[in-house]
Design a protein around this ligand. Structure first.
Ligand code: NAD
Ligand code: 89Y
Length: 346
C-alpha cells in the first residue's frame, strides 16, 4: 500500500485525539494542518511535528499534496470546508472525514453529500460512538443472533460530567444534548435496530447556566418492528458517574443482552448466562474517563483507511449519516410540536 497523506482542519479540543490516532495507523501521514487561530495552529504543529501549517483552508487546498482531509472544526464550518474539499485539485476532490454533527440542517447535509458524490471520492462522518469497543461487542453479539430477533431496546446515556469546561460552546447554542451527544446515541440505536419510521421526543433544561436542553427522552419505532427508548441526560448526578458510557438493555425472542456500567456485557439466552468484561483499553496517549471515546476514534479512523484501501463505503458514510441527522431534526420537531414525527417528513 502506498503512503496515504492527510490534512487536518481545526486544531481544537478534540483534534488532538484524531492526530494521535492518525499517528498510530501504519501507512498514514498527516502532512498539513489548518486553524484560523495561530496559537492553536503552532501549538498543534509543534506537538505533532507537522511543518505545513495554514490559517486559511482555501490556501491549503490550493497547495494540495494530500489524499484526504479530516475536518475537526465545529459544525458551522463543515459545509464550506466539505465543498472546498470537493473543488480541490480542479474538481478532482479529496476524500473527506467530517466531525459530527455533520451539518446544521438537512439541506446543507444533502448538498455536502452531493458535492463529494460528484467527485467519486469517499465521505465519512466521524460518528465514532458505534465504534466504542463495548458498544461494538453488543452490536456484534446482537447481529450474530445470540438473543434471537430483538423487539425492544433501551440505549441510555446519563451523566453529570462537566463537558462545558473543555467545550464551552456547548453551553451557548440553542440546541445542546440531542445535537451534540444524542446524535451518537441515536446512531447506536440505528446500528443495533436499523432505520427508524417514527420518533416522539420530550426535552427539558435542568442546568440554568446553559442555553439548550440537557435532557432528552426519545421513543423510536424502527422499520424492523423494534421499539427503542433512547434517553440522554447531562443533568444526572449519580454514583458511579458513568461518563462517557452508553448503557444498553435489549430484549430478543431468544434472550436478553445488557451492557451495564463498568463495561459489563451480560447475555442471557438458552437458559444460560454469559458475563463479559468489554472494557476498552487505555491507549498510550489516552486518559480516563475519555479512553472509551479515544479508542473509538482510533477504530473509526482505521475503518476509514481500510475502506479507502478496499474501495468500499464506510459504515457511517455521508449518505448513511443523513439518516442519523434526520433523527436529530425529527426529535427536535417532535419535542417542539408535541407530536410523533414520521422520518418521511424530513
Ligand atoms: P473547538 O472549538 O475546540 O475546535 C475547533 C477549532 O476549529 C478551533 O480551533 C477553530 O479555530 C477551528 N476552526 C473553526 N472554523 C475553522 C475554519 N473555517 N478554518 C480553520 N479553522 C477553523 O471544537 P472541538 O471541541 O474540538 O469540537 C470540534 C468538533 O468535534 C465539533 O463538531 C464537536 O461536536 C466534535 N466532537 C466530537 C467528539 C466525538 O466523540 N466524535 C467529541 C468532542 C467533539
Ligand atoms: O461533543 C461530545 C461528543 O461528541 O462526545 C462527548 C462530547 O465531547 C460531549 O458531549
Amino acid at each position: 500500500m502506498s503512503r496515504i497523506r492527510g490534512a487536518l482542519i481545526g486544531c481544537g479540543f478534540f483534534a488532538r485525539n484524531q492526530l494521535h490516532a492518525w499517528e498510530g495507523i501504519e501507512g498514514v501521514e498527516i502532512v498539513a494542518i489548518c486553524d484560523r487561530d495561530e496559537t492553536r495552529l503552532s501549538e498543534t504543529g509543534e506537538a505533532f511535528g507537522i511543518a505545513r501549517r495554514y490559517t486559511d483552508a482555501e490556501r491549503m487546498f490550493e497547495e494540495g499534496g494530500f489524499d484526504f482531509v479530516d475536518i475537526a472544526t465545529t459544525v458551522a464550518a463543515h459545509r464550506p470546508l466539505v465543498e472546498m474539499a470537493a473543488r480541490a485539485g480542479d474538481g478532482a476532490g479529496v476524500h473527506v472525514i467530517c466531525q459530527k454533527p455533520f451539518a446544521e440542517n438537512m439541506e446543507d447535509a444533502r448538498a455536502m453529500v452531493a458535492a463529494i458524490d460528484a467527485t467519486g471520492k469517499t465521505l465519512m462522518v466521524h460518528e465514532n460512538f458505534r465504534w466504542q469497543s463495548a458498544v461494538r461487542a453488543a452490536i456484534e453479539t446482537l447481529r450474530g443472533g445470540a438473543i434471537g430477533t430483538p423487539f425492544f431496546g433501551r440505549v441510555s446515556f446519563r451523566s453529570g460530567y462537566d463537558v462545558f469546561s473543555g467545550q464551552p460552546y456547548l453551553a451557548e447554542g440553542a440546541r445542546f444534548i440531542i445535537e451534540d451527544l444524542g446524535i451518537h446515541i441515536l446512531d447506536i440505536s440505528r446500528a443495533l435496530f436499523g432505520d427508524v419510521a417514527r420518533i416522539s421526543a420530550t426535552t427539558t433544561r435542568i442546568n440554568p447556566e446553559i442555553r439548550g436542553e440537557d435532557v432528552a427522552t426519545m421513543l423510536l419505532a424502527h422499520e424492523s418492528g423494534v421499539t427503542s427508548v433512547v434517553d440522554c441526560s447531562y443533568a444526572t448526578r449519580r454514583t458511579p458517574e458513568t461518563f462517557p458510557e452508553t448503557l444498553l438493555e435489549i430484549d430478543g425472542t431468544g434472550g436478553t443482552l445488557r451492557l451495564d456500567a463498568g463495561y459489563r456485557l451480560t447475555i442471557q439466552a438458552r437458559g444460560g448466562e454469559e458475563v463479559r468484561d468489554v472494557a476498552p483499553p487505555v491507549l498510550p496517549w489516552a486518559e480516563r474517563p475519555w479512553h472509551n471515546i479515544q479508542e473509538s476514534v482510533a477504530l473509526i479512523q482505521q475503518h476509514f483507511i481500510a475502506c479507502l484501501c478496499d474501495g468500499r463505503a464506510p459504515e457511517t458514510s455521508g449518505a448513511d449519516n443523513l439518516r442519523t441527522l434526520a433523527l436529530v431534526e425529527a426529535a427536535y420537531l417532535s419535542a417542539a410540536e408535541g407530536r410523533t414525527v414520521a422520518l418521511a417528513e424530513l
